[in-house]
Design a binder for this molecule. Structure first.
Ligand code: FNR
Length: 360
């Protein structure tokens, strides 16, 4: 099928047709019963707009600034692992598409391409996502490489002390990923018992002892700003501010970790209120439309990150596909802003949406 998708869901269909089941399931799947996976999308559907009329919307400006870096829209690329299953050019193609759209890509610690390959693929502002391995020197060295290759911030993923139970991957016998960044640092074959399964690899590498005190350890290793990814409660948001992170990312890891964690969008406002403007709050989970981007902004996010849709675009049409996904979401956001009477992202306010909890 070589049709031109008109929305993100159509890209997903193309990706499903194109990929081996094992890899499609890895990208699309969630933890256990996939309750949270469905809720991430459904919770957006329960939010409606309170549009304002008779506002001159001839000029819409979606530009925003994230940690001091200007982007064309409040839509970033989330860190997702193993782009090589989607396309032979892997994260290099994704990075070029993000750069062409003038937005920020967060490169996954579990990327197929190396930090250096991505850094030299094109000029752009990029952030680096960090997992903390039991062998901490591995994480320290990759972070140092990202910093010396011009990455501008580190995104510490804090919701993965252990890998969530992803039953499709278990059923499909998904093998341990090929992580070129680790070559010479950590023997994946040895650590995963001869290239054995994905879950075994994760449990042998991820450090379950990672805790709040380690933010100081991380700070001692880097001058980069630190974004904490995986915050879902007011309590943790306040702690994150106390320990001095530079931004918070409300995320349930695309529902791949704890099933029955809340839909990300359902806790965004709680986190935003707890943070009270001390640091920026970013958001991911279930964003499939420009309307979703608008809703997250209205509930206080400074920007959203996109996970699976980027992979679907990459699978279907490589770099061009990722660009199309980002452009589609931007176009939809522009129209949503126009029809809600908002000319800039700053014009988007809490009063533009109605949630189930509102008594309006
Ligand atoms: C992820 N995510 C993720 N997060 C992270 O911090 N490091 C990683 O390596 C990965 N890898 C990864 C792989 C795949 C296939 C998916 C789908 C997700 C989570 C990701 O950053 C983000 O939180 C979610 O993908 C956002 O939800 P949506 O947009 O996919 O609904």
């Amino acid at each position: 099928m070589d049709s031109e998708p008109v929305n993100v869901r159509e890209f997903q269909k193309l990706a499903k047709e194109a990929l081996p089941k094992m890899h499609y399931d890895y990208y699309a799947g969630g933890a256990e019963d996939e309750h949270t996976l469905k809720e991430n999308v459904k919770a957006f559907q329960r939010i409606t707009f309170r549009p304002r009329i008779l506002i001159d919307v001839s000029n819409i400006n979606m530009e925003t600034t994230i940690l001091g870096y200007k982007t064309s829209a409040p839509i970033m690329v989330a860190p997702t692992g193993s782009h090589i299953y989607a396309h032979p050019e892997g994260e290099v193609a994704t990075a070029r598409a993000a750069a062409a759209c003038n937005t920020i890509m967060v490169l996954s610690f579990s990327s197929s391409c190396t930090i250096e390959e991505v850094a030299s693929s094109c000029d752009a502002v990029r952030f680096y996502q960090l997992y903390v391995y039991k062998k901490r020197y591995v994480s320290a060295q990759l972070l140092a490489r990202a910093e010396s290759n011009g990455f501008k911030a580190v995104v510490l993923t804090a919701d993965t002390p252990k890998l969530g139970r992803r039953e499709a991957d278990i059923r499909n016998k998904l093998t341990a990923p090929q992580l070129k960044n680790l070559e010479g640092l950590l023997s994946v074959e040895a650590d995963s018992k001869g290239g054995s399964d994905f879950g075994a690899f994760a449990s042998q590498t991820l450090d379950p002892s990672l805790n709040w005190k380690d933010i100081a350890w991380l700070k001692s290793m880097t001058k980069l700003p630190i974004l904490l990814k995986g915050v879902l409660t007011a309590e943790d948001a306040q702690k994150a501010v106390e320990v001095g992170v530079d931004a918070i990312i409300v995320s349930n890891h695309g529902a791949r970790q704890l099933d029955y964690a809340p839909a990300s969008i359902s806790v965004l406002e709680e986190v935003v209120q707890a943070v009270a403007g001390a640091v920026p709050v970013l958001f991911d989970g279930g964003v499939r439309r420009g309307t979703d981007v608008f809703k997250a902004l209205a509930l206080g996010a400074q920007a959203v990150m996109i996970g699976r849709p980027v992979i679907y675009g990459l699978t279907a049409k490589g770099e061009y596909g990722v660009r199309r996904v980002l452009e589609m979401l931007k176009d939809e956001l522009e129209l949503t802003m126009s029809l809600n009477g908002c000319c800039t992202v700053k014009d988007i306010t809490r009063s533009h949406v109605r949630t189930e909890g509102d008594r309006l």
